[in-house]
Design a binder for this molecule. Sequence first.
Ligand code: GRF
Length: 203
Amino acid sequence: YRIAVFASGTGSNFQTLVDAGKAGLLGGAKVELLVCDKPNAPVVQRAHDAGVPVHVFTPKSYASREAYEIEIVGQLETLNIELVVLAGYMRLLTTVMVEKYAGRLINIHPSLLPSFPGTNAILQALNYGVKLTGATVHFVDGGMDTGPIIAQQSIEIESNATVESLSQNIHDIERELYPRVVTWFAEGRVRLMDRQVTIISNS
Ligand code: GRF
């Protein structure tokens, strides 16, 4: 089961998925491609170190978002990618990607959606003063963190929490949540109907 990861930054989720795939912990899924819009992002070096092919591009050098997405779709098709996994990819997708990969395109977001969509979700949660937050894996539609929810994991916000400590704690739960969800896909256990997601039991 062949997956591509889209990332723009540090790439800790990318690394987790690469490592889990190599260790046989993703139900047979493997990361076959990194797509990155920032040539100097640390995640690119991680991909090189792991031997994962990279499609890196500079958005400014294209006439439109659709133009670079058409190129990306070409890469995904060449590699027979079955699931597209966004992990800190800091761009909205157009209908080119969203329609082509409908039902096979997921994102992870560092809050309990629908609370705190968009950037700075962790800071938003701290500023609001919620006592629980977490991470959400969801299907991607045309909106900002608005697609059907697949799985969530919550954590408590401690009274002395900072953006740094909470980011660390959320990364820790993401490290477990994202591989679990990718495994469900690889095992063919995720159903999407009328915006409702069901996970088929494997017992
Ligand atoms: C994660 O917190 C994820 O929820 C958000 O972006 C962050 C990416 O972190 N979408 P990393 O690059 O995987 O370390």
